[in-house]
Design a protein around this ligand. Structure first.
Ligand SMILES: [Zn+2]
Ligand SMILES: [Zn+2]
Length: 286
């Protein structure tokens, strides 16, 4: 089976371990065909708050570091070209209101020719009068007490709808990351919210975007990958392109649980995964 891991980090983001090269070597040892390096895009491109300087240091690389990041991957691509295909990416956090994306695009612009695909991820939510709410399980009971349980999924989906509408991102990372807030339980979908989610999937299909099967959920005490089984079945029915990502923050996590996960989703009718090169998507048979 040809396996490709499209979502890996490294020590550069401040909360990962090991150099990019260690992840590449791990992918070679695990016999992967391809590895995508997708470290967190600099949060400081959109957040200049001096008080958050230390906090943001352990959330993503600095803006000045981004050119060195791209250069390093290009060097590794050349060095390992006979052993493995390396793809260049970055996981861009999506923020609303929309002004943030233009700041992110400014930093990305000089490197767009090097980039193979862009992962879009949501790690927090905010609506008009709310504070910024991190999707951090330790805050769950406080947030649920204040806003109710439906609100988190609802506002996450509203944000995801906006992310999709930008048409800037190639792949949606950890599609239902809000599940972090509900663990160890599963969220309960009201009929309205479930319909909203299905409508969003239809829109993703129309836009030609891909969704990542992110296996890190099982490392985060959730019962299966992102997105949940129930959502993956809807994705497969709609023939929305899928790819695999481990969200590795340690070299040994590259390709984490890929074989088991693929065996499972193949039973639901998945026959192809997608690949990216120079932001062009292609389907390949599993
Ligand atoms: Zn993420
Ligand atoms: Zn990630």
């Amino acid at each position: 089976m040809k396996l490709r891991d499209y979502h890996t980090h490294s020590r550069r983001c401040g909360h990962g371990l090991g150099e990019i090269e260690d992840y590449v070597k791990s992918a070679i040892v695990k016999n992967l065909n391809e590895i995508g390096i997708a470290d967190h895009f600099p949060i400081r491109a959109v957040n200049q708050d001096p008080e958050l300087r230390e906090t943001l240091k352990i959330a993503s690389m600095e803006v000045e570091e981004f050119p060195r990041y791209i250069k390093e991957i290009k060097g590794l691509k050349e060095k390992y070209k006979n052993k493995i295909d390396i793809r260049i990416s970055t996981e861009v956090g999506f923020y609303t209101p929309g002004g943030a994306l233009s700041l992110q695009k400014e930093v990305l612009e000089p490197f767009m020719d090097d980039i193979d695909y862009i992962l879009g991820g949501i790690h927090d939510i905010k609506w008009h009068d709310s504070p910024l709410i991190l999707l951090d399980p330790s805050l769950a009971s406080e947030i649920f007490g204040k806003y109710g349980k439906d609100k988190i999924i609802l506002e996450y989906l509203n944000k995801l709808i906006k992310l999709v509408d930008t048409t800037f991102f190639d792949v949606i990372a950890h599609f239902d990351y809000y599940r972090m807030m509900y663990r160890p339980n599963k969220p309960i979908y009201s009929q309205n919210i479930w319909q909203k989610l299905l409508d969003l999937l239809d829109n993703i299909k129309n836009k030609g975007m891909a969704i990542e099967i992110n296996t890190s959920a099982s490392r985060k005490s959730l019962d299966n990958q992102f997105p949940d089984d129930k959502i993956i079945k809807e994705i497969i029915q709609r023939k929305i392109p899928l790819l695999l990502g481990s969200d590795a923050h340690k070299p040994e996590e590259v390709g984490y649980m890929f074989e088991e996960t693929l065996e499972k989703v193949k039973k639901w009718g998945l026959t192809h995964l997608c690949v990216y090169e120079n932001r062009e998507q292609k389907l390949v048979k599993i």
